[in-house]
Design a protein around this ligand. Structure first.
Ligand SMILES: [Zn+2]
Ligand SMILES: [Zn+2]
Length: 408
């Protein structure tokens, strides 16, 4: 028995040692393997980092987003940026209406310049000297509200040429664009006088070309660009819609209007067709608390409701239909789109600020602009020369004598 017992003890001891050893080896081995796996992952990550390409994984970003100043247009390509797509109810999410049309030949045209839209324009960091042509659809504040800032702020932001404005006449001279621009210049007499002689003078000019609102005619033609205006029905007499044609591409902008025969005639064969599309009568009543009669007038007598907008799109069949001048919100957009879709099944965008459309012969595609919230004015393309001190209006001697001069 003792032998047997010793044997058992030895066997037991051996068993314990073997078990411990196996356990240790197993434990060590596992941790070794785990460590290898862990280190392997890290090594692979490090190896990947060495070849890390920050743009390799943004395929969808390239598809969806436009980064200003990174894309050269093809010689016959058109790019249109929504700078404002909203209404007179100004809001951070949607500025009042404004559209930038850029052409492959480098020319740029602005249609309307509504309240708040300039902040979106600035986010593109385009030199202001290139942004010198503005076409006004009508003189409602939501379509010209940032004209003052563009005039003088654009000058301060390095525009080296006069700002040129085109816009319609009205039933009387005081209802026309010239009257409005002349008064705007007068309103800023103090501002302009103080700057003259301290800044190069050309950028501080604003020139206006007023055209007959009552007929369909070409109001601008240069470098192969043809801009046509025709009567719109909105407010009192004096609103118009526009088209811009260049190298077989056609941009159409309704401004504000109810559906009308001129639009249906002139907006045929559009590549981009931008038409106003306010809320429905029901939405005005429910969401804006309008009484039914006021809602009916605003939605159908002054503006175009979504259902009628859809009929315009389905009749004209543009390559891309764009509905704007509405509240593009989570609680309005589904019903607006549903109303348009009752009759129209083609390409459609419910416009939002800083969406951008490229028009080529092969396709029309929509992306979102990724601009900067902290823009600085870009340098002018050509130096503008020093200011002319003879234009300066000096301060009164007594006022200047009150200055306290600190040593530098
Ligand atoms: Zn209007
Ligand atoms: Zn409007």
């Amino acid at each position: 028995m003792p032998n047997n017992s010793r044997f058992k003890t030895r066997t037991f001891a051996t068993g314990v040692v073997v078990t411990l050893a196996i356990g240790f080896i197993s434990l060590f081995g596992n941790s070794q393997r785990n460590a290898e796996v862990f280190l392997g992952t890290q090594e692979r990550a490090l190896a990947q980092k060495k070849n890390f390409d920050p743009t390799s994984n943004i395929k969808s970003g390239e598809r969806k987003n436009y980064f200003p100043n990174t894309e050269k247009l093809a010689p016959d390509e058109m790019r249109v940026v929504a700078l404002g797509t909203g209404t007179p109810n100004f809001r951070r999410s949607q500025a009042s209406p404004s559209w930038l049309v850029e052409l492959g030949n480098g020319e740029k045209f602005i249609f309307d310049i509504g309240t708040g839209s300039l902040a979106n324009l600035a986010a593109l960091e385009i030199p202001y000297t290139y942004l010198d042509k503005i076409f006004i659809s009508h003189l409602h504040v939501d379509h010209i509200g940032d004209l003052d800032a563009m005039f003088i702020g654009g000058w301060i932001s390095n525009r080296t040429v006069p700002l040129k404005v085109w816009g319609p006449s009205g039933l009387k001279p005081e209802f026309g664009t010239k009257y409005a621009v002349d008064r705007l210049r007068e309103m800023f007499t103090w501002d302009l006088t103080g700057r003259r002689g301290n800044m190069p003078s050309a950028g501080g000019q604003i020139e206006v070309t007023e055209f007959d609102y009552s007929k369909s005619h070409i109001i601008y033609q240069k470098n192969g660009v043809k801009i046509r205006a025709w009567p719109a029905i909105h407010g009192i007499d004096g609103a118009v819609s526009y088209s811009l044609e260049w190298k077989g591409k056609k941009f159409v902008y309704s401004g504000d209007t109810v559906p009308n025969k001129w639009f249906l005639d002139e907006a045929q064969d559009a590549d981009l067709l931008i038409h106003e599309c306010y809320l429905s009568v029901d939405q005005f009543i429910k969401l804006k608390n309008y009484d039914p009669e006021r809602a009916r007038i605003v939605a159908t007598v002054v503006h175009t409701p979504p259902s009628a907008c859809g009929k315009i799109f389905s009749q004209l069949k543009p390559r891309m239909a764009i509905a704007y001048h509405t509240f593009n919100d989570f609680n309005t957009a589904p019903d607006i789109i549903a109303d348009i879709r009752k009759t129209y099944d083609g390409s459609l965008t419910l416009a939002d600020d800083l969406l951008v459309w490229n028009v080529t012969n092969d396709e029309v595609y929509t992306r979102r602009v990724i601009g900067t919230d902290e823009p600085w004015p870009a340098a002018p393309p050509h130096p503008s020369g020093p200011p002319d001190p003879s234009e300066r209006t000096p301060r009164s001697d007594w006022l200047d004598a009150g200055r306290v001069k600190f040593p530098d």
